[in-house]
Design a protein around this ligand. Structure first.
Ligand code: SAM
Length: 286
């Protein structure tokens, strides 16, 4: 067992570019240079980045299949005083990427976790979409199977906040078809592909038009995608949505049963005698 150091090391969560290597931060490079080890989703992929940056720190793999076991080993190293950085293939670790198991375990062990923030495809797409960003729902990848995918979309069909999805070139056409069939063909949607790369493209369409746009040109279906979908229109609650009982409970103490019944009948559309009978019940029980 490793001997415990006076103070444990720090786990750094370091964001990397989502396409354009120039987006890597100066601080990110300094942290990757100084830590004892870098945990990476795919070490071969990340070695290209570290070589580009001139960073020689050793890399160790941490992916969904070994995260549990690796986390225990890495916590031992942190407790022995080593410091560690976690990076993923692209963007911010843990955002549709490995790292949650590690960060949770590191926190549970009382070890400090720090961030070097940077690119994230979801935030980048939101920032250029021109759809409301004051509140949004990040849904990551939709399920691969059509039935589960449609079910997931149905669950948020009435969600008023902007929705953000990740998608790959393999499934973009199927997902677009499902979005149109579940949410209707008129919902505003921004398709953002290849952000920060040579073929970066983002267009605002409707869910119906997206299906045609993808079918029209094979290039439109290439690369990595973020879909930013306008939330469902908010339907103003009308007084007809208020229950008769709730309305009468407010009115009876102020106006008496007769007038309360008349107002409630007018506002809710129920028969006046029914409203009156109900008002009497309420005033009896009150
Ligand atoms: N951790 C990453 C982040 O912070 O955005 C996301 C990793 S997830 C495994 C990969 C998905 O992110 C892609 O399938 C795509 O949906 C989205 N993505 C990543 N880079 C992108 C880019 N340059 N343009 C558009 N979408 C991108």
């Amino acid at each position: 067992m490793s001997s415990l150091a006076d103070s444990p090391g720090i786990l750094w969560i370091v964001a990397t570019p989502i396409g354009n290597l120039s987006d890597f931060s100066v601080r990110g490079r300094a942290v990757l240079t100084q830590v004892d080890v870098i945990a990476a989703e795919d070490t071969r992929h990340s070695r290209r980045l570290t070589e580009h940056l001139g960073v020689t720190t050793p890399l160790i793999s941490l992916h969904e299949h070994n995260e549990e076991a690796r986390s225990r080993m890495l916590i031992d190293r942190l407790q022995a005083g080593e410091s560690l950085a976690l990076i993923s293939d692209a963007g911010t670790p843990l955002i549709s990427d490995p790292g949650f198991v590690l960060v949770r375990a590191v926190r549970a062990a009382g070890i400090e976790v720090r961030t070097v923030p940077g690119p994230c495809a979801a935030v980048a797409a939101l920032s250029i979409a021109g759809l409301p960003t004051d509140r949004f729902v990040f849904e990551g990848f939709l399920p691969a199977k059509a039935t589960a995918r449609r079910q997931r979309l149905k669950e948020l069909a009435d969600e008023p906040r902007t929705l953000v999805y990740y998608e790959s070139s393999h499934r973009i056409a199927a997902t677009a078809a499902d979005l149109a069939s579940v949410l209707g063909t008129d919902r505003a949607i921004v398709v953002a592909r290849e952000l920060t790369k040579m073929h970066e493209q983002s267009v605002q369409l409707t869910t119906g038009a997206l299906v045609d746009w993808l079918a029209a040109d094979a290039n439109h279906r290439r690369g990595e995608f973020v879909l930013v979908v306008a939330g469902a229109p908010v339907i103003e609650k009308t007084v007809r949505d208020i229950s008769l009982d709730a309305l009468l409970a407010e009115l009876v103490p102020v106006t008496g049963t007769k007038q309360a019944a008349a107002i409630a009948a007018r506002l809710t559309g129920v028969a006046r005698n029914r409203a009156y009978a109900q008002a009497l019940t309420l005033s009896d029980t009150g």
